[in-house]
Structure formats: C-alpha cells, structure tokens
Design a protein around this ligand. Structure first.
Ligand code: ATP
Ligand code: MG
Length: 391
C-alpha cells in the first residue's frame, strides 16, 4: 500500500491572476520544509498538491511539517491505487476500514482530473458507494449530512482514496507578502504577532533588544528559542540582537523618570527601522495591544509611532490577553514565553510611567540625548544570528 499526502490550497484560489506565482511559492515552501525527511515529488493540479514520497522517505515527518505551512486549507493522507474501478473500490474498503466501521452514514465524493478515465465522477461515486454498502452492513448513504465522506481522486498517473481532511494552518504562503521586521521580546505577545503576520504571507526579520549586563544571556536565548518555534511556520530568519543598555543608561541619566519608557520605546523603533531598511523590510511589527500596559495606551502608541517613518503593524491591537494566550498555546510558544528571564524592558522601569505622554514634552526631553549617534552605535554593534526552524 502506497500512501501520499494531498494538500488543498486555501485563499490562494481567490487570487486571480497572481494565483500561479502564489502556487509556485507554496510548492517551493513545501519542498523546502519537508526536504529533510527524504525525497518527495511535489506537484500541483486543479488546486490540489500531491506530495508523493520516494522509497524510504518519512511521510509522518512530512505531514507534521505540512500542518504548519501557511497557504494550506486542508490536507489528508491518501492511499494510491490503480486507475481501475475495481481497484479503487477495494482500496476504499481496505484503507478506510477502521473509520467506516465506526460510523453509520457516509457519502462518496469524487474528483476526476484525468478526463479520459472511462467513468465520470457521479458514476465513480455510485460504484464505490454500492461496493461499500455491500462490504459494511453498518452503513447507509446520507448525501446531506454524512458522518464520514469517502473521497476518490482520479489523477494523471494513479487514483487516490482518502477520508476526512485535517485543517491546515490557513493563511497565505510566506514569501508572497513582502518582508517586515518584528520586534521580538521574550514575552507572550510578540511571537504571536510575528506568527500572525507570517500567516498573511510576510517574511520575517527579527530584532531583539538585550541589555547585558542587566539582562542575562538566557533572555536573549529565550527570544531565539521563541523564534525557532515561530519559524516552524514562518521559515528561517535572521535575528539582530541589539545591545540596549547604553541607551537605557543615557535615558535614565538625562530624561525625566516618568518619560523613560516612552523614550526607550521610541529608540527601539528607530533602531529597528534602521535594521529593517538595511534588510529590505517595508514595515515593522510589534506585539502591542491597546491599553495592555502604560506604554500601550492610545496616546503612548501615537507618541511611539511618531519616531518611525515605516508603517508599524500591530496585529494584536484589539485582542484581549486571554485571546493572545490561546494563540500562544496553539503555536506552542506559551510555555517558553512564561519562563522567568528578565527582559530589557524591566531594566530601570519607572514606578509611575506617564500613560498619556505628550509628544512635545517627549521631544524636549530627547534634546538632552544625541539620538542619531546612540541609534547608529547600537545598530552597528548588533549581533546577527541565523534562526533555523525547529524540526
Ligand atoms: P511581549 O509579551 O511581546 O513582551 P509586553 O506585553 O511585554 O509584550 P511590552 O514589553 O510593552 O509589552 O512590549 C511591547 C512590544 O514591544 C512587544 O510586543 C515587542 O514587539 C516589543 N518589545 C518589547 N521588548 C522588546 C525587546 N526586548 N526586544 C524587542 N522588542 C521588544
Ligand atoms: Mg515584553
């Protein structure tokens, strides 16, 4: 018995004239992500991609990866059989036996991309249905609300049989939506924000601010670990670790305490923007959510935004923390995020940060600093790490 994986495209099918290039990028992403599990043929026909393993390739491993590739609506394991109706019938009974024994109602759906096959789709459905009714006395046909759907696909070189499909990661393929730099902390929010933008096709570059000696090596390691998890969906990326202590010390020394946080955040935006430019990014991404903390009030965000010319995307802006945590669990970043390594944001935090900073006071306060030199200096000293996704 030979098994393959059939992949159904998601929103790509809506993309009109761009569809071909979206599909090409998805095929490339699939090939790249499953490549370490052996040799596979990955081909597309009529909005379905067939992933066919060569001898010795690990299909379970490939399936796990496919579950995390954006642009895929559903996928299913399928059994390959000869293009002959008798073979197709017995394949459905053998391959789907356990599932069919566990339900009462079923229907058969058929897709025939090989128009030369002697039976048309309704005829194939009728033949297979009749055969299964004989084989499984527990079953009756229900075409409106079946408990189980048997699917038959007659393609160029073989026919395939499968059951209910699994839900894929959705979204659109990474690499179809430009590139943006995500500001990644060690927290819960920013990995989710990164994942959400990757799900809309965006390739990621990551910027992390670290404040040794105030923060430990482990805080930086944690951000890298989080990115590796996000990378299981978003693919490989480059992480820039920016040394931030000097800037924080300067702000603490020369600016009013209640403006420390907002000024620090403006420096984060400026440094990230420089890196983003160099790396060919067109936007920044943060994990901010309106009103979550003092630096995320509407006024604080407006004040932060003013320091960057690039658009800043905040995909979590309207979400509650519980919703963000649900996503973090779903993408398996939550457990890592709650490890207690201190983030650079906790260094010198004022007791009473201003929640409604006025831009003009912030600008006056920043006059005490050599903003451009501080930004260029930290960007120059950024450490570059290549992030390869987890297995
Ligand atoms: P998170 O869970 O993402 O850390 P948070 O609720 O702790 O979010 P803040 O600390 O105010 O919020 O940070 C808001 C956003 O600023 C983060 O989502 C992230 O995009 C960015 N950010 C915060 N700290 C850092 C850091 N050390 N390096 C890079 N970006 C950061
Ligand atoms: Mg944080």
């Amino acid at each position: 018995m030979k098994e393959i994986i059939l992949v159904k495209l998601g929103e790509i099918v809506l993309k009109g004239l761009n569809r071909r290039s979206f599909e090409d990028i998805l095929l490339k992403n699939i090939r790249r992500r499953i490549g370490s599990f052996g040799k596979f043929d990955v081909t597309e026909r009529q909005s379905t991609i067939a992933v066919v393993p060569h001898e010795g390739a690990d299909l379970d491993g490939a399936e796990e990866r496919i579950a995390k590739i954006f642009g895929i609506a559903t996928y299913s394991r399928a059994c390959e059989t000869q293009k002959e109706i008798g073979a197709i019938c017995s394949c459905t009974a053998d391959y789907l036996r356990r599932e069919l024994l566990g339900v009462k109602s079923f229907k058969v759906e058929c897709k025939r991309s090989d128009k030369k096959f002697p039976l048309n789709s309704p005829q194939i459905c009728a033949e297979v249905g009749r055969f299964l009714l004989k084989q499984f006395p527990n079953l009756h046909v229900d075409v409106i609300e079946p408990e189980y759907t048997v699917r038959v696909e007659v393609r160029d070189f073989a026919a395939y049989v499968h059951g209910n499909a699994r839900r894929g990661a959705g979204g659109i393929p990474v690499g179809t939506g430009g590139r943006a730099a995500v500001l990644i902390s060690g927290g819960i929010d920013s990995p989710v924000a990164a994942w959400m933008m990757a799900r809309r096709g965006v390739e990621l570059t990551a910027v992390h601010f670290a404040s040794p000696p105030y923060t430990s090596e482990r805080a930086e390691q944690k951000a890298a670990d989080l990115l590796r998890r996000v990378g299981e969906y978003a693919g490989h990326m480059t992480m820039f670790t920016v040394p931030f202590a000097k800037i924080q010390e300067e702000i603490k020394e020369k600016c009013p305490e209640d403006l420390f946080t907002i000024i620090m955040r403006r420096f984060m935006m400026r440094a990230s923007e420089q890196i983003a430019h160099r790396e060919g990014c067109e936007a920044l991404i943060t994990g901010e959510s309106l009103g979550q903390v003092a630096s995320q009030t509407l006024q604080a965000i407006v004040c932060t935004d003013e320091s960057a010319r690039m658009p800043v995307f905040r995909p979590l802006i309207g979400m509650d923390k519980v919703e963000i945590i649900d996503y973090a669990r779903r993408i398996d970043t939550y457990d890592l995020s709650i490890l207690p390594y201190e983030d650079c944001c906790t260094v010198f935090t004022p007791r009473h940060p201003r929640t409604r900073p006025a831009l003009k006071f912030v600008e006056v306060a920043e006059e005490a600093l050599d903003v451009d030199a501080l930004v260029s200096d930290c960007v120059e000293r950024a450490k570059i790490t290549k992030i390869e996704p987890n297995r």
